[in-house]
Design a protein around this ligand. Sequence first.
Ligand code: PLP
Length: 384
Amino acid sequence: MKRIGGWQLSRKVNEKVANLKPSGIRRFFDLIIGREDVISLGVGEPDFPVPWKIREEMIYSLEKGITSYTSNQGLPELRNSIAEYYEKFGFKPDPDNIIVTTGVSEGIDIALRAIINPGDKVIIPEPCYVSYEPLSILAGAEVVKIPTVPDFKPKYEDLVKVGKAKAIIINYPNNPTGVSYSRKDLEEIADAAVELDAIIISDEIYAELSYTFKHTSIASLNGMEDKVVVLNGFSKSFAMTGLRVGYAIAPDEIFEAMLKIHQYCMLCAPVTAQIGAIEALRNGEADLERMRAEYLRRRNYFVRRLREVFDVRMPDGAFYVFPKINANSEEFAEKLLFEKSVAVVPGSAFGECGEGYIRCAYAISMDKLKEAADRIVDFAKRMI
Ligand code: PLP
C-alpha cells in the first residue's frame, strides 16, 4: 500500500481515481471529529428536520408496505409535479424528459457520463462545488477552469476564449459564493454556450433559496431548452439531504443517454424519498417559506457582523457567505478552529481562485450564529 494525499491506494485502483485529490472540505473536517465545543459553519446542510407533513407521508407509505422499486425514470406523479413546479422558474418541461435521481450528485455524474467522450473539454467556472471537477475527470473530460473573482460571475469573453467545449457547468445561487445570476448574466452564458456549441449543465439546487431576485432557469431562455440539462433536488429546499432525491431535466437525446446510465448504475431513486418529494411539491410551500425566511434573517445578521472585519459581498441566495479575509485561507481556518473553536471551510477547497476567502454556512441556529460571529470578529480583529 502507498499513501497519496491521505488516501490509501493499492496499485489495482483505476488511475484517474488514484490521482483525484481528496476533497478540501473532508480533509479539514477530519480535524473536528469528536469536538463538541466547535461551532461548525462548515457543513452545507440545512439545520431543519424534514418538514413534518413530508415525514408523515413517508411513514404512512412505509406502513402501507410501499417499499418496491419504481420505474427507472421515477414515479409518474412525481415527474408530473416537478414539471408543473418548474414553471415558477420559467419553463414547463415535459414529464417524459425528467429523470428522478438519487440527489443532484447523481444527476451531475450521469449528465457528464452521458455526453463526454475522452478528452472533451468541460468548462468549470470557479470557485465551485467540490464534485464538478472530479466527476468531470472520471467521465474522461479535460477540465478547463475559469476563475470568476471578484464578482463570481462567468463572463462571455472568458468562456468563448476556450474555443471548443462539450459542456459548461454552472451553479446558481452558488456554493460557495452565494452569488446568483440575473437574466442578463444568464444571456451572456447562454450566448457563449451557443458560440462554443456546448451543453450547459445547470445545477439549480439552491433555486428556492433566492433572496435578492427571483430565480430564472437558464433553460427558459429563448432557444435554450434543448441545450441545457437542468439539475435540481430536495436536499436543500426541503431539508431532505439524507433521503437522496433529486431530478434531471434533459433534452431528448441526452435524456436517453442519461436514463441508460441511471438504469444500470442506480435503477431508481429510493421510493420512500420519492413519495416524500411528491408531498413536498404538493403541500410544502409554507414550510419552504418558513425556512427561507429564517435563512434570510440569518444572512442579514451574519453579513452585517462579518462586515465589521471583512470585505463581504452580500450573497443573493443559498446559505453561504464567502468573505475575503486577506490571509492564507487554510491557515486562517485552522487557527480559527484551534483558537476559537469555529469551523469554516478554506476558500481554496473550491478552486485555486477561492484562495484568500473562507466559506461560512449559516445553516445553524441564530444563537449559535451570534456566538460564531462574536468569535470570528474577535479573532479577525486581533489578526488585523
Ligand atoms: N450541488 C451543489 C451546488 C451542492 O452544494 C450540493 C450539496 O452540497 C449538491 C449538488 C449535492 O446535492 P444532493 O444532496 O442533491 O446530492
